[in-house]
Design a protein around this ligand. Structure first.
Ligand code: UDP
Length: 168
């Protein structure tokens, strides 16, 4: 089965390597090199990244859940900016889309905009999850992958496993 448009979910912890928190550059470079093999083969790649290497909404009982989830969504934006820059450094074109305005740091998501980037061979980062509290980036990737007519979703988690969801 030929896969033309593939979505990849990286958990935040998958970026942290042995450190478990923040970024581990060599770990992220290795991900970038693997993704580049697909991009060079003409596959359109969409990336969703979690935020668990910094924060999850359920991390604190002391603050309002909506505010805690907003911190989590911003963590996913930070992660996408970091990983996007490493991808560029490894020779790929990238753009970051968010469901809410982040000034000049990202561009606002629209299906048409994302589709144009994919057609140009640009790796598209879907940052900020769904934009709504009480959700996770796993929900975010499912929504975006369906909306963008992706062929499959690959999930890389910090557990010793991966999952492939074939959409069509
Ligand atoms: N988040 C949210 N809405 C979304 C996606 C994420 O509120 O649509 C927040 C939520 O607080 C979540 C955090 O962002 O805990 C980080 O996302 P996730 O838990 O999916 O990251 P992962 O565990 O995959 O690193």
């Amino acid at each position: 089965m030929k896969m033309n448009r593939v979505f990849l979910k990286l958990s935040g912890e998958a970026l942290a390597g042995p450190k478990k928190t923040g970024f581990d550059e060599e770990t992220v470079r290795e991900v970038a090199r693997q993704v580049k093999l697909s991009v060079d083969a003409g596959i359109q790649v969409g990336i969703v990244i979690g935020g668990g290497n910094f924060w999850r909404g359920r991390t604190s009982d002391a603050i309002d859940r909506t505010k805690a989830d907003q911190i989590g969504m911003l963590a996913t934006v930070m992660n996408c900016i970091y990983v996007s820059e490493i991808f560029r450094n490894e020779g790929m074109m990238t753009q970051i889309l968010t469901p809410f305005e982040c000034g000049s740091m990202t561009k606002l998501f629209s299906k048409d905009r994302a589709g144009k980037y994919f057609e140009k061979g640009i790796v598209v980062f879907f940052a900020g999850g769904t934009g709504h509290p009480y959700f996770s980036t796993d929900t975010g990737i499912a929504l975006r992958a369906i909306e963008m007519d992706a062929d499959c979703i690959l999930l890389a988690k910090a557990i010793d496993a991966y999952m492939t969801v074939i959409l069509r």
